[in-house]
Write a protein that binds this ligand. Structure first.
Ligand SMILES: Cc1cc2nc3c(=O)[nH]c(=O)nc-3n(C[C@H](O)[C@H](O)[C@H](O)COP(=O)(O)OP(=O)(O)OC[C@H]3O[C@@H](n4cnc5c(N)ncnc54)[C@H](O)[C@@H]3O)c2cc1C
Length: 364
């Protein structure tokens, strides 16, 4: 039987598997390769840090889903793609042949700017590792104040900084002093000034020290653009994402940053039997932000195209909507949101985000 390998249990693959529960793929051996039984839902991780959710509310049992959808599951990580040979090599050394490959592995946290840092460093991704390590940090005595510096001023960095500060204040975490070092582009680059202003106000109210400068790592110190330096107990890297290095040597067409190049069908430009979706890819026909929302929205087209490729049917196009709803949680059960030209904030925005996020996870 011909084999379709799903690489990674990212957002889109979860939705695709859920669809195949209802309408199974026939005459194809399905294999999911994923490093963990659990797929963590990033949108709820700041809420877990803040103490609003248990970890089980923030993760999906990818293994159970895959098995129910008729897939074999391999708990391992793909370390190499040999696109010309239609093969992937797993970390355990095994070679897996495929007829079709679908890649939904996200991207890794870019820690280039923190290279050389010799202190304690925690990256936000992979989320399963973040969960494990942050849980261990939480085991410190309640009398010990943790000086934590988050590096990265995007939405994830801002959300986490507010979640840390809120958890420290409310007792969900042992005491914590939070600094947010945004980089030279400042807080929430790419967002409108009113959103940035709202976020600055919220961060200040929670006692987060926002430093809109670039940090360089020198041994155990972080040196800032103005020459000042700090020695935090823990640095959390929320420094944006970069492509996994092994994609460049896969034989697949990639863009200048090493992300897999795909067309409007989420199909590789160089190897038509390969599909890629979510943060791992770049569309050749349009620029698209890397976000979970786009990964989820691309899933129906991916499901249709994998069916068309392996069985029969029409190829579908993923046509992103002109605007995306961005919701930034502020730790204290309020949130800031924007949709195109509209900006809004308050407790109702958090309730909306909570409903959307929980609805997604509970749907599995
Ligand atoms: C704190 C935080 C909050 C966020 N909040 C939001 C939000 O509210 N809304 C939003 O739209 N976006 C949000 N994002 C961005 C969002 O997390 C990503 O854009 C999204 O996860 C991308 O989805 P994906 O399907 O591409 O991959 P991912 O969700 O990253 O999933 C990839 C999966 O593949 C696995 N994997 C990785 N490498 C391999 C390999 N070599 N072999 C096999 N498996 C592999 C990983 O373990 C993971 O399970 C947030 C990000 C962070 C860090």
């Amino acid at each position: 039987m011909k084999r379709l390998v799903l690489m990674g249990a990212g957002h889109a693959h979860l939705v695709v598997l859920k669809q195949w529960l209802r309408e199974p793929l026939t005459d194809v051996e399905l294999v999911l390769v994923t490093p963990s039984t659990w797929q963590y839902y990033s949108g709820m991780i700041p809420g877990w840090v803040a103490g609003h959710y248990s970890i089980d509310q923030c993760r999906i049992d990818a293994e159970a889903l895959a098995l129910a959808a008729g897939a074999d599951i391999v708990l391992d990580t793909v370390e190499e793609i040999r696109a010309d040979e239609k093969q992937v090599r797993l970390a355990g050394g095994e070679l897996v042949d495929y007829n079709w490959l679908s890649i939904d592995i996200g991207a890794q946290t870019s820690v280039t700017s923190l290279r050389g840092y010799t202190g304690s460093l925690l990256s936000i991704k992979p989320l399963e590792q973040f969960h494990e390590r942050w849980s261990r940090v939480q085991e410190r005595p309640a009398s010990e104040v943790l000086h934590c510096a988050l590096v990265g001023g995007g939405a994830a960095g801002a959300e986490l900084a507010m979640a840390f500060a809120y958890a420290g204040r409310t007792g969900a975490s042992a005491p914590i002093e939070v600094s947010l070092i945004t980089g030279h582009q400042g807080l929430l680059p790419g967002f409108r000034p009113c959103i940035r202003k709202l976020a600055r106000r919220k961060l200040k109210r929670l006692g987060v020290h926002v430093i809109e400068q670039r940090a360089e790592a020198v041994g155990p110190l972080l040196t800032l653009t103005d020459g000042a330096s700090m020695r935090p107990d823990l640095v959390v890297a929320v420094t944006g994402s970069e492509a996994f290095p092994f994609l460049k040597s896969s034989g697949l067409a990639v863009d200048a940053e090493g992300f897999v190049l795909v067309n409007e069908h989420q199909q590789s430009l160089s190897h038509p039997e390969v599909f890629a979706v979510g943060d791992v890819c770049s569309r050749s026909d349009r620029a698209l932000n890397r976000s979970g929302v786009h990964a989820i929205r691309a899933a129906p087209a991916l499901a249709a195209n994998l069916r068309a490729a392996t069985n029969a049917g029409e190829f579908a196009t993923f046509q992103p909507r002109p605007y995306t709803l961005y919701l930034i949680s502020c730790g204290d059960r309020s949130a800031i949101g924007c949709y195109g030209p509209l900006a809004f904030s308050g407790r109702w925005v958090w309730r909306l985000k909570d409903k959307i996020d929980r609805g997604f996870v509970e749907g599995f």
